[in-house]
Ligand binder design. Sequence first.
Ligand code: CP
Ligand code: NVA
Length: 298
Amino acid sequence: MNFLSIEESSSSHLETLVDLALEMKATRGAHENQPLKGQTWAIIFTKASTRTRVSFEVGIRELGGEVMFLSKNEIQLGRGEPIKDTARVLGRMVHGVVIRTFQQQDVVDFASYSAIPTINALTDEEHPCQILADLLTIKEKISTWKEKKIVFIGDGDNNMSRSWMWAAKYLEFELVVAAPQSCLPPQNFMDRLAAPNVSLTTDPAEAVQNAHVINTDVWLSMGQEDQKEKEALFGNYQVNRELLSHAHPDHIVLHCLPAYREKEITEEVLEAHADTIFQQAENRLHAQKAVLAQITAS
Ligand code: CP
Ligand code: NVA
């Protein structure tokens, strides 16, 4: 059993994981169940991370497991050893792997060649663990995503927006993605998604109209940092006080972090919503413990 994408998930799977995450959070520090006892997990990251790395290291230990962090440059992967060979070696030594990398196919290949539980900790395609934490935060802050309007403003064709779109498809909430035309998801993705409750717009104010959840992310994802011409497209897509004046009076603001102030979000809005945003960051721990417990139980 793996956790590679929201696309491969389902409504019942997502709801089960969020409920289990709530339970993990409520019982933190008093776990009798140690599902990873006797296990050693590897965390392989080829991109930077603060939240994901720390939350997985802590989560694995809290569930009774041992953990080793392997950055690309410390292992032969960084010198060109194929992912399928790395997977076949680690699959014979460790009990599960958490991977952050560029290509979704590398995570899929790792899972298939290693034959051990494999978790996607972010690829260019998806960020499934983050979406679980975001759903948990919505449940805690506004009790449900049902009948709510959720907006994603920023790069509509990145890992976060795609994972959100798959979550909307399965959980059936209204999702509006607002992005510059060239940063909206392509038609072939929308055809594959086939979710009438997900709509696209280039108008952020229209998107935010009466929205309950306003979600944003960096304009340039990891690996795109030098695409200054892309960044220049996002001038009108900043989450700021004026934009939020169109939202529902009881709205919340989410940001997966790291945040670039005065780019995708103003300092003022980030600090006004810091309670929610840092709760969202904490929820990575609880959500991933749910994933780890569920994967090892199945
Ligand atoms: N949100 C998130 O994945 O943060 P890190 O890149 O710090 O892990
Ligand atoms: N879209 C961002 C998410 C960071 C957690 C990136 O891939 O860099």
